[in-house]
Design a protein around this ligand. Structure first.
Ligand SMILES: *Cc1c(COP(=O)(O)O)cnc(C)c1O
Length: 392
């Protein structure tokens, strides 16, 4: 079997060759100067990507570990919290919060739509006693392909003291996120999405307000105790043995990211989003999310009437070597998802759209071959025209 594939999942994402190669370097002492150098190089670079001066820590954990670290450090049992959910990862936040004994007010927005900041504003306005301690939400909801307007949610919070705790695992470095300018108290990310490295690291930023809450938390936290991370970071270390190989890859990928520049990275993700959406629409398929809230990281496509999602995905994989994701939770068997975050290039999207046209034809749908590819090409051409124009 071929080892390479056109890998369009919303995580893990393709890893650049230089990052992959770096992972075959020998081990180093994680209590020695070589690891300290790496940690002290990548930490401020992640702060740059998060647009923050807040403390940032890198945990050896999947993204969910980062979510759990946030709940464990910044809540206490019995706290009232809001979980604003627009999909499967919102439900995950609810489960973690409940497991830690918080009292969750779960706001379940329809899947495929974004958070309505007015609903948050109303909830907080009614909370005269300031009992709500935190608001948990996603930056980008990977299960539905919707991006939330974090700035608007932050404005809706206003002067209310509740912490704003954001799962930006799939959204960071794909869609705009300004931690400091938008007063986001805790931002969580993960390695296997736009950071373009394998799964296994989670990043988390902590505001001063969040630290004050953490000091008073009564949760029995150990592995994820961020106070330990802070103490060890001052020595250029992590409290426990980190996934050293992933740090090698992180260093390479961050170098690539900073060479490209955050603005260009975000622009590239918008381009890929618009290419995919134009292509899929031209083929005649329906998208789950509207253009206004469309994710720059992943696009959810509704399977055409009478055609099984699994049939599409397995033909894409087996015949054309293109990996796509299925639906999660209540969208299982209803949608498939095309990831376009991280180390993805326009030709990957052309290949995916061309293959999708063939697969759908084979499954009995009437498709004007080339129509999706052509629509995506036009978007690319228009954008490169704009870039040529503005760079003059
Ligand atoms: C991928 C992802 C996570 C983390 O999932 P893990 O499988 O634990 O890495 C969390 N939130 C969102 C929105 C994600 O896309």
């Amino acid at each position: 079997m071929r080892e390479d594939q056109i890998f369009l999942l919303p995580g893990p994402t393709p890893v650049p060759p230089q990052s992959l190669r770096s992972m075959s370097s020998p081990m180093i002492n994680h209590r020695g100067p070589a690891f300290k150098e790496i940690l002290e190089e990548v930490t401020p670079q992640i702060q740059k990507i998060m647009e923050t001066k807040n403390d940032v820590f890198i945990l050896t954990a999947s993204g969910t570990g980062g979510m759990e670290a946030a709940v464990a450090n910044f809540t206490s049992p019995g706290d009232k919290v809001l979980v604003a959910s627009i999909g499967s990862f919102g439900e995950r936040f609810k489960k973690i919060c409940e497991r830690y004994g918080t009292v969750v007010d779960f706001i379940d927005f329809p899947w495929g739509t974004a958070i309505d900041p007015e609903v948050i504003r109303e909830k907080l306005n009614k909370d005269k006693k300031r009992e709500i301690k935190a608001i948990f939400l996603q930056h980008n909801e990977t299960s539905t392909g919707v991006i939330n307007d974090l700035k608007a949610v932050s404005e809706a919070r206003g002067e209310h003291p509740a912490l704003l705790i954001v799962d930006a695992v799939s959204g960071l470095a794909a869609g705009e996120l300004k931690t400091d300018a938008w007063n986001l108290d805790v931002v969580i990310s993960g390695s296997q999405k736009a950071f373009m490295i394998p799964p296994g690291l989670a990043m988390i930023s902590v505001s001063q307000r969040a630290w004050e809450v953490a000091q008073k938390s009564t949760n029995p936290v150990f592995y994820f105790d961020l106070k330990q991370y802070k103490e060890f970071l001052s020595k250029g270390q992590t409290p426990w043995t980190p996934a050293i190989s992933l740090f090698y890859a992180l260093k390479e990928s961050l170098q690539l990211m900073l060479e490209e520049g955050l603005d260009n990275i975000l622009k590239r993700h918008r381009l890929h989003r618009d290419m995919v959406r134009a292509g899929v629409k031209a083929i005649g398929l329906e998208l789950l999310a509207s253009d206004e809230v469309a994710s720059p990281a992943v696009t959810a496509v509704i399977a055409p009437e009478g055609i099984q999602v699994n049939a599409i995905r397995s033909l894409m994989q087996n015949k054309y070597n293109v990996a796509l994701a299925g639906g999660q939770g209540k969208l299982k068997n209803k949608i498939f998802r095309i990831g376009h975050l991280g180390y993805v290039k326009p030709t990957d999207i052309f290949a995916a759209l061309a293959s999708l046209e063939l697969v759908l034809t084979e499954l009995g749908l009437k498709v004007d071959l080339g129509v999706g590819v052509r629509a995506a090409q036009r978007v690319l051409l228009e954008r490169s025209g704009e870039n040529a124009h503005t760079s003059q």
